[in-house]
Design a protein around this ligand. Structure first.
Ligand SMILES: Cc1ncc(C[n+]2csc(CCOP(=O)(O)OP(=O)(O)O)c2C)c(N)n1
Ligand SMILES: [Mg+2]
Length: 810
């Protein structure tokens, strides 16, 4: 191939480039690819010899990633999966030492900035918030949203990252947010395996990006397998770009530009990426780059070998079409490098990788060894005078000779020692106890911190502002209070956007946004397709790029269709990056009883289990909901707000400061004081309880009613526990299934708040029946807690405590 053809084909600006310069660039690329391969080979060995627990690597995918990295610019974003180590090295977003530090689970963000040792290897992320909660400048850096292990799980987030560019380009009001975008010129790069394209999240994302016309570039790394399952069992026609051809844009309308290229052809790859990304960046056309004929030299991961399921022919083909083998051959044939030179390069690269691995291991090992030395001295101090000296010495030598020890070995040994000498108090034992306490604190920080971002900008620190009411405050439908709250916030903060099904033109199905699209435009208040998972992903991408999304899920029952994204991605983001990333998405929905099986759901048990890492707000009315939105929109953590479906038309008073007052998170409110029984409830059942209260008064029972307002965090001032000091009796009422949200509340009050010690009767729960709520008023009455149910339940508890005073009803 003539030199000029090479230059043009690689997308490397040939105009000012000599052949020498061009050679240098290609050689530098090969070096990165080769080092990456060596890291994969060595990484696997580290797992097999026991230094690391699991390995999954990007071997066989190197060359395409070198080409992709060429097209990736400052300000761009990646949402990808565990095969992308070469891309990460080539863009400088990661390096060899960090690669090994993560493989060894080094819990220090200086060593593994992606996850602080929390994620398996090759799970990447760049850090974009500082310790004070400030955003870093995303325009001058290359950006990587945090990987997950779930294949395809990152697709919805990718949509949001690309959608942010569209908003930054089209909404001129956002120009003041200079650290996030330059006129929306940033591309969101996604990667996904061929197998994972079988997943619904892929198709939902793909369609949505075509509708939205956002600068999203999806690369499919196609190695014809998904672990052992071959393409013919994964993909129609065994070819994802073939079946997606209907998305190809044409003269009739918008769509995608679709590219297909072989994973071992460096020249074609560079050319394809240059063309594809230019179009994507400049014209905001989404692109698919289907990279075929990729290989997996070491098989899927360290948990198995591919010889089990690949034929001899396939294995031989893979060896020959190994992308680095092909690139090497091409470089030599094209006189870019000689055989001797490339051998020298490879020798150096191997050494460099080995040194990086050794350094990464030594850094972790030294820390732990130093801890062991200190602990052994402390144990020795208790061992000398101990009756259990022999056993203690055994424990010491066990720790001393432990191969590749970890912190569980030091801490575990000390805990055993303290049990052995439980009856031997001494200063030396105290020293050991103190050591353990200090170490527990450190390990808590290492392994248990950052479920939330916990920065000074947390919504927990938003100042509390009480609602103010004018003497002639208007009384209006609850939905109108919300509408006024949203209006004030949209006016105040130009970065707020809201979107979801029917949110735009009609202002949501209950009209909380009525009239606001007309006022603020359809870039800020926007209709979406029926695609719950990507509505959340859209919110995540925007929130990561400095915008303030309210992502609406039409009914709580449809949250299930987004639960994977909410649970795996949004809720785990702060934790899995050890506080390096955040996405303060506010998920707005409405739930609890209304009508029928899929419009009356209240699955709080499920939500509390799945969404730890989000604030869970359960306002009893629209004024409280408004106060919560005011709080959340001023904080920097994700939250779910569940409005009461049957409350939009109930009358409420409009606070004069409807866009300013705040409802603090985790602060329970006593709605009615009483002395006989504490009744804790939330959401729609609170009205039921409040209706039951005067009826109970007639029966001589005075209940105290408490609204925790948020389930996570739950009553951080122990208001519920304190109430039990007075009543000594506890009833929890909700409309989840038995053992769902109410069981969570019991655990909080009885165990976390020590309420158990204050009870003089068995604590009870009153929940919905354990089936779905049937349609119709009778179905509701016989399945969800009614006023009659509450009265009888409370009465029964009083009857049990004092049958003389409260004779049995039935
Ligand atoms: C949601 C989900 N389902 C299943 C898995 C288990 N799993 C991990 S990797 C993998 C195969 C992925 O194949 P492909 O998408 O082709 O990517 P490749 O590993 O071949 O690059 C599977 C099934 C997972 N991690 N996440
Ligand atoms: Mg595959």
């Amino acid at each position: 191939m003539p030199e000029t053809a090479l230059n043009t084909a690689t997308g490397i600006n040939s105009a000012e480039l000599s052949f020498e310069d061009f050679k240098k660039i290609v050689i530098a690329d090969y070096r990165i690819g080769y080092e990456s391969r060596q890291a994969a080979l060595l990484g696997r060995r580290e797992v097999l010899t026991g230094k690391a627990k699991f390995g999954i690597f990007g071997d066989g995918k190197e060359v395409a990633q070198l080409a992709m990295a060429r097209a990736f610019k400052n300000g761009d974003w990646r949402a990808g999966y565990y095969r992308d180590q070469t891309f990460m090295f080539a863009t400088g977003m990661s390096n060899l030492k960090e690669f090994f530090a993560q493989l060894y689970a080094h819990p220090d963000i200086e060593k593994d900035p992606a996850s602080g040792g929390r994620q398996m290897n090759c799970h990447y992320a760049t850090r974009f918030i500082d310790a004070d909660g400030n955003w870093t400048n995303q325009v001058d850096t290359k950006n990587c949203s945090a990987d997950m292990s779930t294949t395809g799980g990152h697709m919805p987030r990718l949509l949001g990252l690309a959608y942010a560019s569209k908003l930054y380009r089209q909404n001129k009001e956002l120009e003041y947010l200079k650290q996030f975008s330059v006129s929306g010129n940033e591309v969101a790069f996604g990667t996904i395996g061929n197998g994972a394209t079988s997943e619904g999240l892929f198709f939902e994302t793909f369609n949505a990006a075509g509708v939205l016309q956002v600068p999203m570039a999806i690369s499919v790394w196609d190695d014809a397998y998904a672990i052992s399952v071959p393409a013919k069992l994964q993909t129609t026609k065994e070819d994802i770009s073939e079946v997606l051809k209907g998305f190809q844009r044409d003269s009739k309308g918008n769509g995608y530009e679709i590219f297909k290229v072989r994973g071992w052809d460096y020249v074609a790859l560079c050319e394809t990426y240059e063309r594809a990304i230019k179009l994507c960046r400049e014209e905001h056309v989404p692109v698919l780059i289907h990279v075929v004929e990729m290989t997996q030299p070491q098989g899927h991961s360290t948990s198995g070998s591919h010889e089990r399921y690949k034929s001899k022919d396939r294995l031989a083909w893979e060896e020959e079409h190994d992308c680095l083998v092909q690139m090497r051959k091409w470089m030599i044939q094209s006189a870019i490098i000689t055989t001797e030179e490339i051998e020298v390069l490879e020798g150096e690269a191997k050494k460099h990788v080995r040194n990086s691995q050794r350094e990464a291991w030594a850094e972790l090992e030294e820390e732990i060894k130093a801890e062991i030395t200190g602990v052994l001295q402390l144990i020795d101090n208790v061992a000398q005078p101990s009756q259990h000296r022999d056993e203690l010495q055994k424990l010491m030598s066990g720790l001393q000779t432990c191969i590749d020890p970890g912190r569980k070995d030091t801490v575990g040994t000390v805990r055993k020692v303290l049990r052995l000498i439980v009856k031997e108090p001494s200063d030396a034992r105290n020293a050991l106890v103190n050591w353990l306490a200090a170490e527990n604190d450190k390990n808590k920080e290492r392994y248990n911190s950052k479920l939330f971002s916990n920065t000074p900008k947390s919504p927990l620190y938003v100042p509390v502002i009480a609602p103010q009411y004018a003497d002639d405050a208007k009384v209006m439908d609850g939905r109108e209070v919300l509408n006024a709250c949203f209006d004030a916030n949209f006016e105040r903060d130009k970065s707020i956007v809201a979107f979801g099904e029917d949110v735009g033109a009609i202002g949501d199905v209950n009209q909380g946004f009525a009239g606001l699209q007309g006022k603020y435009g359809d870039l800020r208040i926007t209709d979406t397709g029926i695609r719950e998972a990507t509505i959340i992903g859209q919110g995540m991408g925007l929130a990561m790029r400095g915008l303030r999304p309210i992502a609406e899920i039409q009914y709580l029952d449809y949250l299930m269709y987004a639960i994977t994204v909410l649970s795996d991605d949004l809720s785990s983001l702060a934790y899995r990056t050890a506080g390096g990333q955040r996405a303060p998405v506010i998920v707005r929905t409405r739930g609890h009883r209304l009508e029928g099986i899929w419009h009356s759901g209240s699955p709080l048990g499920l939500i509390l289990g799945a969404l730890r890492g989000m604030h869970i707000c359960v306002p009893r009315d629209m004024t409280q909901a408004a106060g919560m939105y005011n709080t959340l929109l001023r904080g920097d953590e994700p939250a779910l707000v569940i409005e009461c479906l049957n409350g939009y038309r109930l009358k409420e008073k409009l606070p004069a400061n409807v866009g300013e007052f705040t409802v603090p998170l985790g602060k329970a409110e006593v709605l009615k004081e009483g002395k006989d029984i504490t009744v804790v409830s939330y959401g729609s059942t609170l009205r039921v309880v409040m209706e039951a209260a005067p009826e109970l008064e007639k029966l001589g029972i005075n209940i105290e009613v408490i609204d925790p307002q948020t389930l996570y965090p739950f009553d951080t001032d122990n208001v519920c526990g304190a109430s039990l000091q007075k009543t000594n009796k506890l009833l929890v009422v909700d409309e989840d299934l038995p053992g769902g949200g109410s069981a969570y509340i019991l655990q909080k009050i009885l165990e976390a708040q020590n309420g158990y010690y204050l009870l003089d009767a068995q604590p009870k729960t009153l929940s919905a029946a354990e089936h779905r709520p049937p349609y119709g008023s009778d179905g509701d009455y016989f399945s969800k807690p009614s006023v009659d149910d509450v009265i009888e339940k409370v009465y029964q508890m009083m009857n049990e405590a004092n049958p003389g005073k409260y004779p049995a009803l039935f």
